[in-house]
Write a protein that binds this ligand. Structure first.
Ligand code: GLC
Length: 432
């Protein structure tokens, strides 16, 4: 692969976003992911806003046009038929006019919308679009609190590893081993014809992914029943931090726009979430960990999901502790931040969410670290992210030891995040 020069990087990123642009939505990459993905789209909009704010808002509007009546925003919208992806609409069978999957993804929309508003070059456009989106996003947040936290613990559970956005993280291994595979039937994976099988989840994991889909489908995707019916319910600190952050950002926008009810309700959820998040702190690892709800125990797994809470307004002391944690990881990799601690024997540098670096995660962690007094660490994560692209191109994710590009190529959110990183190091160029 031809190395990408830093001088050309911004324009190159813009080209990637344009190649993947389908008009009103953007695919993560052609071939491997040929539809609209929820958090990919929202984070991609941050990149689009650098060159076309209208287009960025449309990206999020399109996603929310497919919000379910109960408030959920699905993780995939299947705008067009494409036989190259499994599991497609025929497996999900959610009964929607434009088919969607039946599960959700990390709710970054609230965060993204506030960021678009705060950085807008066209504030009138931003306010008009945000005013329309805020109540929809708030409804999605309420859906989470009602359907994924039925006992009102302050924290929500994911019911499928795909909901976390960190599909095959080591975090899920224990809980996932309780998901049966019998009766799943034959199926043909498509991902491994687009990407190296050694970089992807295993066949055994795929059977369990599909078992859960079939289970939820048998309940007609009734979200009032799915939580209790799922053998897999994991409270992920990273996912919850994203939710808490988005709820807080929506509270702020709602307040600005005089949407008092939404503002008050959101503030209450933020306070409850932040208080409950503390229960996931693990002193031994110096980071947060997941909680396996049916088993009633914490999960011993040092993943990036436990560092991501820096993205929410956690106590400043915790921000410092998480910075110390990242400093420790620095000695174990060439490029920050690995999605799993290499000191753990289960770490795999090339396999998806079991070790590789993902720029979207670096972006959110940097955003959170700004609250701490760690400029050198922020500079290091930023320059590592840019070096990864210089050496490995706009891949889906990269090996933290060698920068080897992995998964899909010409990836939308990688390109969008690079535009954000370049803005940190060259604010005038990227912001112009
Ligand atoms: C994979 C990732 C997920 C992402 C999707 C599309 O499933 O794990 O986070 O949204 O691909 O890029």
């Amino acid at each position: 692969m031809k190395p990408i020069s830093r001088l050309d990087m911004f324009d190159h990123a813009e080209r990637v976003l344009k190649i993947n642009d389908m008009g009103t939505y953007t695919v993560p990459t052609h071939g491997l992911y040929p539809f609209q993905w929820n958090w990919d789209s929202c984070l991609t909009a941050l990149g689009q806003a650098h060159f076309d704010e209208h287009r960025a808002w449309t990206e999020i509007d399109t996603l929310f046009q497919h919000q379910w009546e109960d408030g959920m925003v699905p993780h995939i919208v299947f705008h067009k038929q494409d036989k190259g992806y499994f599991p497609g609409p025929d497996v999900w069978q959610t009964g929607r006019t434009v088919p969607t999957s039946g599960i959700t993804q990390p709710p970054v929309a609230g965060y993204v919308v506030k960021r678009l508003v705060d950085h807008a070059r066209d504030p009138d456009l931003a306010e008009a679009r945000a005013r329309d989106l805020v109540p929809k996003i708030a409804r999605w947040h309420e859906w989470f609190h009602a359907c994924r936290d039925p006992k009102k613990t302050g924290l929500v559970a994911i019911l499928h590893p795909w909901e976390s956005g960190r599909d095959n993280s080591i975090d899920w291994d224990d809980a996932f081993s309780r998901v049966p595979t019998d009766g799943v039937g034959e199926f043909k994976r498509r991902d491994t014809s687009h990407a190296d099988a050694a970089h992807r989840p295993t066949d055994e994991q795929y059977k369990r992914y599909i078992w859960l889909v079939q289970r939820f489908r048998s309940l007609n995707w009734d979200n009032t029943r799915l939580h209790d019916a799922s053998p897999f319910q994991v409270v992920d600190p990273g996912f919850n931090a994203i939710l808490i952050r988005s709820v807080a950002d929506i509270a702020e926008l709602a307040e600005r726009y005089g949407m008092t009810g939404i503002a008050q309700m959101s503030r209450r959820h933020v306070a409850e979430g932040l208080a409950a998040l503390e229960s996931l702190w693990d002193d031994r690892l110096g980071q947060y960990v997941c909680f396996d709800r049916p088993a009633g125990r914490k999960v011993d797994s040092a993943s990036i999901g436990g560092i991501l809470p820096v993205f929410a307004a956690i106590p400043l002391e915790r921000v410092q502790q998480l910075a110390t944690r990242i400093e420790a990881l620095k000695a174990r990799v060439e490029y920050l931040i690995p999605s799993h601690d290499p000191a753990d024997p289960r770490f795999e540098s090339l396999r998806y969410w079991r070790g590789p670096v993902w720029l979207i995660i670096n972006h959110m962690i940097i955003d959170g670290l700004v609250r701490g007094d760690v400029p050198d660490l922020i500079a290091r994560i930023t320059s590592d992210s840019i070096r990864l692209i210089e050496e490995g191109g706009f891949a889906e994710y990269h090996d933290p030891l060698t920068a080897e590009p992995c998964g899909g190529g010409t990836f939308s959110w990688t390109a969008a995040m690079i535009m954000e990183f370049l803005q940190i190091v060259e604010p005038v160029r990227a912001g112009s």
